[in-house]
Design a protein around this ligand. Structure first.
Ligand code: C2E
Ligand code: CA
Ligand code: CA
Length: 838
């Protein structure tokens, strides 16, 4: 049982108790009056009978003619019956008045429920008894008194009547309508006092007329009627005025933008406004029903149970003025048999229409708010992965760095996928997107609750680490993040390994978020360059990287303005010191930054979509240089580095061969240097591109040999002509046995596959000699020459070393003789026709 149900039962009990009490006392009074009336004062004449009948009739009529005020399911009526009762008490004995009242009231209220009849009769019997008793006590005599002398006792009797009437009626009405007795007492007090005065005047006048000539009584009904009309009109006007004011206030109150608040307000206001026992609003499209009363909302949900209020239901559709919308229904429920007046019906429709507008406004507002939220979300999040975007990262980071009360250390980890563009280019953007979403999920999964994971664009991600206990922890966290990417991704059953590089920076003392981001970027670039998975920002290594971030946007101009040029580093026969080829190395002559190293811009070029234009420009310059050397008598092959990404472009071989034809160079004068990557080796397109180039006579070299994981696997599929031992092994060969072992086995491999092996980064004579003694025929490095402009290299070739044009170093001497190449080096090797100019 709900609280309200319990309260209702309690109210019912008290109501019955109160009515019962009144009825019992009244019954006692009636029974006590019977002997006095019938035995001691029986009607003696027809006139007496007529008077009694007339009085009973008047009491009945007075009861029926009333102004009604409905309060919730009960109607409070202001009637004339007490006027008739007081008149009766004045002209006959108290016993008869009591009896006439009982009969008159009972007759007048025949159509009502038994409890209402009982209460009406009981209350008025007590009123009559009170009036009669008071007049008796005041020595009232009738007739024969002067009208003016009558006034005082009559006034007192009337006061008692009004008091007894209110005393009995108000608590009952208050209980039945659930209002407070005090409030009920104050309701329309002024009107009630005015009505009381009017009725007293009517009573006094009627008695005065009666005492002069009873026939004049005929004038009383018109007088009473007009007074009644004036009075009830006044009441109605007043009630209506109040009602309109309340309607205006109620519709005003609906002017809120929150739907919940609109519904709550509507329910409570409607309950007040229409004195309904329950108000229900059913919103159709929302499948929501809200129910309650003046006290608040009792139910709010989708599947309403039947209402507990059993009685009349008044539904009104929630449709706009134009009836274009149909939001649902507003229902008023009354426990009693209530009829709404015309004015109330109009009020109800107006209220429903205002509610409809308010609901629509609230819905529109909610929609707007939702769109605004969505925009705010979209503005701060990456649509593909749902991660924060760069802007959000910057905002959050800035806030974090500005917060002096923040605990711990803030750091940023920048994560960049390697070879992502290849996935995009070969498997399509759909696959690329799935890779990115999976990477995003992994990072999200590996991040701590305090971390902010963002996608900065492309294949670049960032994780803002907040509240670290110590700066050193950042590296551990970064390790964990990158480890999450270690397991291959699953793309519809195809397993794809992603490699990523990470850069870590701990929040700087100044410079804020942009500086933190820059530092992390520098660190990440450091990682990429040094082949580490993760690098932490170190200020000492920073200067070289300054400005890298700004370079990206300048690439199109650089390509268009031919800012990319090529330097050439000679490749030398280690034994004789003769030049046997040259490697083209790109340079960027930046108008303000000066000369920029390839490692600082290559990645940007590869990402930018300008790679084909860039590669062609480099190839062109390399072939032009080779042509110019040939024309000068040095027919050297030129080696050109090829980005892995170029190998994914099926048009690449065609473009290369076209350039060769354009410069009138045989294909074997071009060596393409390839760096292998794990993803590359798995892709058929790479195989096709390389096969086509090789079949056309272009020579292939495997660059940085020894550093990749699976260099051998590519080697087994695409036969290359040349291996280039990575500089790191050459540098380390004197100090570590391991490096020397790698070199030795590479040389063995070269010998068995009949490949030329070129050692990179030869910086000293001991290195040259050691390599030579291991069987390495060729090398390049600062020992012989740094990368030089084509003309400078040509001049050096022409000048020669020790008077030998075409040589850049003296030959190695062993016991006074030039050591010739070991006999093992045969046809498959590099063409060593570095013929000196005649
Ligand atoms: P790489 O192909 O391994 O080129 C050799 C790099 O080692 C060059 O750096 C060269 O200047 C440097 N080097 C040569 N001898 C020595 C030495 O004795 N000691 C030291 N410490 N370094 C030496 P560079 O020019 O900065 O090029 C770096 C990388 O950029 C190249 O590595 C190559 O992978 C790439 N690259 C250069 N030009 C191009 C290009 O046109 N296209 C593509 N795709 N990549 C290029
Ligand atoms: Ca190279
Ligand atoms: Ca290399």
């Amino acid at each position: 049982m709900t609280l309200s149900q319990r309260r209702e039962i309690e109210t019912d009990r008290r109501l019955r108790l109160l009515v019962g009490l009144v009825v019992v006392v009244a019954t006692v009074v009636v029974v006590a009056s019977l002997p006095g009336a019938l035995l001691r004062e029986p009607p003696r004449s027809a006139y007496d009978v007529a008077t009694l009948t007339m009085l009973t009739f008047m009491i009945a009529v007075g009861t029926l003619v009333k102004a009604r005020i409905r309060i919730r399911s009960t109607t409070q009526s202001i009637s004339w019956n007490e006027t008739a009762i007081v008149i009766g008490a004045a002209i006959m004995s108290v016993h008869w008045v009591v009896l006439c009242t009982a009969v008159g009231i009972a007759l007048a209220s025949l159509r009502l429920s038994p409890i209402k009849i009982a209460f009406g009769v009981g209350k008025n019997v007590l009123v009559a008894a009170g009036a009669g008793t008071v007049l008796g006590l005041l020595d009232w005599t009738w007739p024969g008194q002067h009208p003016l002398v009558m006034l005082a006792p009559l006034g007192i009797a009337y006061l008692v009547v009004a008091f007894v009437d209110d005393l009995l009626a108000i608590p009952v009405i208050a209980l039945a309508s659930g209002t407070q007795v005090r409030r009920q007492f104050r309701t329309n007090l002024d009107l009630r006092i005015a009505g009381f005065a009017v009725r007293f005047v009517v009573t006094a006048c009627t008695l005065a007329i009666l005492s002069v000539d009873p026939r004049l009584l005929l004038a009383v009904p018109p007088l009473v009627l007009s007074l009644h009309l004036a009075y009830s009109t006044r009441i109605r006007t007043r009630t209506e005025q109040h009602a309109w004011q309340r309607l205006a206030r109620a519709t005003d109150a609906l002017n809120v933008v929150d739907l919940d608040q609109v519904l709550t307000t509507a329910v409570t206001e409607a309950a007040e406004l229409f004195s309904a026992d329950e108000v229900e609003i059913e919103l159709r499209d929302r499948r929501r029903t809200v129910r309650g009363n003046a006290g608040g909302i009792a139910y709010d949900g989708a599947a309403p149970e039947p209402s507990t209020v059993d009685g009349r239901v008044m539904p009104v559709a929630l449709e706009g003025h134009d009836r274009a919308v149909d939001l649902g229904v507003l229902r008023l429920r009354f426990a009693g048999p209530v009829e709404l007046s015309e004015r109330e019906q109009y009020t109800l429709r107006t209220f429903a229409s205002a509610l409809c507008t308010a609901v629509r406004n609230a819905q529109a507002y909610a929609e707007l708010a939702r769109i605004a939220d969505e925009h705010a979300y979209a503005a701060t999040h990456d649509a593909l992965t749902g991660l924060s975007n760069r802007r959000h990262l910057l905002d959050e980071g800035t806030e974090q760095l500005a917060n002096r009360h923040a605990d711990g250390v803030t750091a940023l980890v920048l994560i960049d996928l390697n070879h992502f563009k290849e996935v995009n280019d070969t498997l399509g953007h759909g696959a690329g997107d799935r890779v990115l979403t999976q990477v995003a999920d992994r990072l999200r999964g590996a991040a701590r609750p305090d971390d902010l994971v963002a996608r900065l664009g492309g294949d670049e991600f960032a994780v803002l680490l907040r509240g670290l206990p110590a700066p050193a922890i950042a590296a551990h966290r970064a390790e964990a993040l990158l480890a999450a990417l270690h397991e291959p991704l699953d793309l519809d059953g195809m397993r794809i390994s992603v490699e990523a590089s990470g850069g870590i920076a701990v929040a700087p003392a100044s410079g804020g978020m942009p500086e933190l981001l820059r530092r992390a970027d520098v660190a990440m670039y450091q990682a990429k360059r040094t082949g580490q998975r993760i690098a932490t920002y170190a200020p000492t290594r920073d200067t070289a990287d300054l400005g890298r971030l700004t370079l990206g946007g300048e690439l199109p101009r650089a390509v268009a303005d031919h800012e990319f040029t090529v330097n050439f580093q000679p490749i030398v026969d280690l034994g004789s010191g003769e030049v046997i080829g040259a490697e083209a190395l790109a340079r960027w002559h930046h108008p303000t930054h000066g000369m920029i190293d390839p490692l600082r811009f290559l990645e940007a070029v590869e990402r930018s979509g300008l790679l084909p234009a860039f590669a062609e420009a480099i190839l062109d310059q390399a072939l032009i240089a080779a042509g110019s050397w040939r024309d000068a008598g040095f027919d050297l092959p030129v080696s050109v580095n090829v980005s892995p990404r170029s190998l994914l472009d099926a048009r690449f071989p065609g473009a290369v061969l076209a350039r060769l034809r354009a410069h009138d160079l045989p294909p074997d004068r071009l060596v393409l240097e390839l760096t292998e990557t794990l993803t590359l080796s798995q892709l058929d397109v790479v195989d096709r591109v390389l096969s086509r180039l090789r079949d056309s006579g272009v020579r292939l070299a495997l660059d940085d040999f020894g550093t990749g994981y699976s260099s051998l696997s590519l080697l087994s599929r695409i036969p290359v002509h040349e291996l280039k031992i990575d500089r790191s092994f050459v540098t380390a060969m004197e100090s570590t046995a391991e490096a020397a072992a790698v070199i030795r086995s590479t040389l063995d491999l070269g010998r068995s596959l009949d490949l030329t092996v070129v050692a990179e980064g030869v910086e000293s004579e001991p290195q040259r000699r050691a390599l030579w003694e291991l069987g390495c025929a060729a090398g390049q490095g600062h020992l012989f020459a740094r990368p030089l402009p084509s003309g400078t290299l040509l001049a050096a070739l022409q000048r020669g070393a020790g008077g030998r044009p075409g040589a850049l170093a003296p030959p190695l001497h062993d016991a006074g003789a030039v050591i010739r190449l070991p006999g093992r080096r045969t046809g498959g090797g590099r063409n060593r026709t570095a013929t000196p100019a005649p």
